[in-house]
Write a protein that binds this ligand. Structure first.
Ligand SMILES: [Zn+2]
Length: 371
């Protein structure tokens, strides 16, 4: 396999810097709110404006925090948009990008407000067990979200249409029957309106379960290669990776909610700054949740790479050949300007998928040992 171009390396170095800057900025904003105690000023202002009504004040306070963080990170978001253009990967105009930003913020706003109301309602009326009840509700909500995402959330940003190619549909049906698996359908994901990059994914739960494959992938790969990608996605389905993901998430969020309980008790009893029911402690909750996600990021990525390797193996087995898989990986790495051979620590820290280089080598090793 060809070596990485300097361009691919530069592109990914920039992406990592943007990610790092975005994370630092988020942590910094929350730390400043707490250190200066501006969070209390915001809370007082919210109560004044909300006529001393707790839920209204919480809504106003959350709105201030959400608007502030979005406003401060807008520059980095725009820089990300420019980078995609600089590396000739984007098909999106500024107007479309701005519209996506508005829709994205609207979603964050709605979910953020609901989350804040539910969490502080529980803290006020179930001060002992709020974190356990919160955790259960969070899981139910997260399952629901996975279920509705392909039909309600993703269509806010992308167009999808049923895959019409008869040969490909027939191949997928054959693969599914061999696996004894039932996938509701395959959809063409109109990604070319936004990017030149290619992608495919398994989405949804139960009745909304489907494979989506981008039009950009369909136009760059031949049918054998597309079949290898479809078999990989089917591998995720057969190995039940979505549900296992939810199970792993449930363990982590249980730990997360427990940490939040400890943190706000500490702020009330030891730091003596914010009562537990005082939503001015919200930046502390955000800090703690972010710190946990960052700390667990390498572990979650390792878990994801394990699943990806399992899905790859499924693809090779069901096709009985690794050649279409290898050439698809090669094409997609080119198309997405991926790093084929990132340094080991980059892969361990940041990659949710094994890089194309190791993936192709693993396929060839498997083929050699199954001759
Ligand atoms: Zn995958």
């Amino acid at each position: 396999m060809t070596r990485d171009t300097a361009e691919a390396r530069r592109y990914h170095r920039l992406l990592r810097r943007i990610g790092f800057a975005d994370l630092t900025l988020g942590l910094l904003v929350m730390s400043v709110l707490l250190a200066t105690n501006w969070t209390s000023d915001f809370r007082n202002f919210a109560f004044k404006l909300g006529g001393d009504h707790y839920s209204v004040a919480l809504f106003i306070y959350t709105t201030i925090v959400l608007l502030l963080t979005k406003f401060l990170s807008l520059g980095l978001d725009y820089y990300g948009f420019l980078i995609e253009h600089r590396f000739h990967l984007s098909n999106q105009r500024l107007r479309g990008w701005a519209w996506d930003q508005i829709k994205g913020f609207a979603l964050v706003f709605v979910f953020g407000q609901v989350l804040a109301q539910v969490v502080y309602f529980l803290i006020r009326f179930q001060p002992q067990w709020w974190w356990v009840i919160g955790w259960v509700l969070f899981l139910v909500f997260s399952m629901l979200l996975t279920h509705i995402a392909p039909v309600l959330l993703f269509p806010l940003f992308f167009r999808f249409r049923a895959l019409t190619d008869e040969d490909l549909t027939a191949r997928l049906t054959r693969l599914s029957e061999k696996a004894g698996a039932k996938v509701r359908g395959v959809y063409e994901w109109m990604l070319s309106e936004k990017t030149k990059k290619a992608n495919a994914a398994l989405m949804g739960l139960g009745r909304t379960r489907r494979i989506v494959i981008s039009d950009t992938l369909l136009s760059s790969c031949n049918h054998d290669e597309v079949e290898a990608v479809l078999a990989h996605e089917l591998g995720h389905h057969v190995h039940n990776h979505m549900l296992k993901g939810v199970a792993v998430e449930s363990i982590i969020t249980f730990f997360g909610f427990w940490c939040l309980k400890i943190a706000i008790r500490w702020a009330a009893l030891d730091w003596k700054r914010y009562d537990q029911i005082d939503f001015a402690n919200l930046p502390l909750m955000v800090l703690v949740s972010t710190a946990i996600s960052v700390a667990l990021f390498p572990l979650m990525n390792a878990y994801s790479r394990f699943n990806e390797r399992q899905a790859d193996l499924y693809s090779w087995k069901s096709l009985g050949s690794v050649q279409p898989f290898c050439s698809a990986m090669d094409k997609l790495a080119d198309q997405n300007l991926s790093e084929r051979e990132p340094s080991p620590w980059v892969e361990v820290l940041f990659h949710s998928h094994p890089a194309a280089g190791p993936r192709v080598r693993a396929a060839q090793n498997w083929a050699d040992s199954h001759k």
